[in-house]
Design a protein around this ligand. Sequence first.
Ligand code: FDA
Length: 307
Amino acid sequence: MLGPVILAASRSDRMRRFVSAAPGTKQVVARFIAGETVDQVVPVIEDAAAKGLEVTLDVVGEDITTREQAFAARDAYLELIDRLKGLELGARAEMSVKLSMFGQALEGGHELALANVRPVVEAAAEIGTTVTLDAEDHTTLDSMFAIHEELRKDFPQTGCVIQAYLFRTEDDARRLAASGSRVRIVKGAYKEPASVAYQDKAEIDKAYVRVLKILLEGEGYPMIGSHDPRLIAVTQELARRAGRKLDEYEFQMLYGIRSEEHLRLAAEGHRMRVYTAYGTDWYGYFMRRLAEKPANLLFFVRSMITK
Ligand code: FDA
């Protein structure tokens, strides 16, 4: 019940101002956001690497309104990649990007987002790593997949995300499960209408398993983005049945969520990548984390009251 309300609030400017100014916000945000600057996130990356974890780095931000903001997003990623050069982590540290932050929703946005993301993908390739295009709300996906296809002509390792809650996703999975592709499957984090997406949790989980089967039985490299213990166990069983070795797929989880599970899976020999978000424009990302688990909201409200 609460989830959709929080997701609606994630798009409200008034709520953004309220939440950003609320006492105690910073403390709760810090659970999910690894820092505000590159300097703050570098030790987090080094710590993850020392623990045998891999990372995908997200400079938070989305729904920008000017071209200047889109250029600034591109530059923030270029600055990050420049810092990663010195760490020599190669593909152990990749990038996740939201095309809305690169200008996708502005006039001429498809071309603008492609022009802005290309130098980031190029710079990532120069240091031996890659970029994954996050999936945002369903209205943006045709453009995202077209940009993904375009980038893959020169950088075949560029990844993308598909969302189990959307009716279209099984078809997308079949198209994408080809040799050389990198595809992250997640449940889906946006408020979507019943005309395009399953609304019921059990239906979404069933759809997730169907997509998992397509990806694991296919030729590409599946990236399993979930904290759900049942889906992790199902993945392990389906991967075994499909004859996949441990390095032929990977698990991915979010920074700050089920951290002990990150370590457990890595210790079992799995590739475990932690989606590590940082930056100052954390509002949308943070609200989606609250919506996924209403207990987070209680924690947040309590921290405001006790301040
Ligand atoms: P589920 O929500 O059922 O959670 C299972 C368990 O995990 C919960 O019981 C709880 O213990 C824990 N948990 C989950 N979320 C939590 C939270 N916020 N706080 C505390 N505990 C929590 N979505 C999208 O639309 N586009 C995208 O590009 C991405 N990218 C992405 C990358 C990665 C690496 C992950 C892990 C997730 C995403 N997502 C995403 C988000 C995804 O769609 C989904 O909303 C969340 O992963 C929550 O779903 P779970 O599969 O974890 O299951």
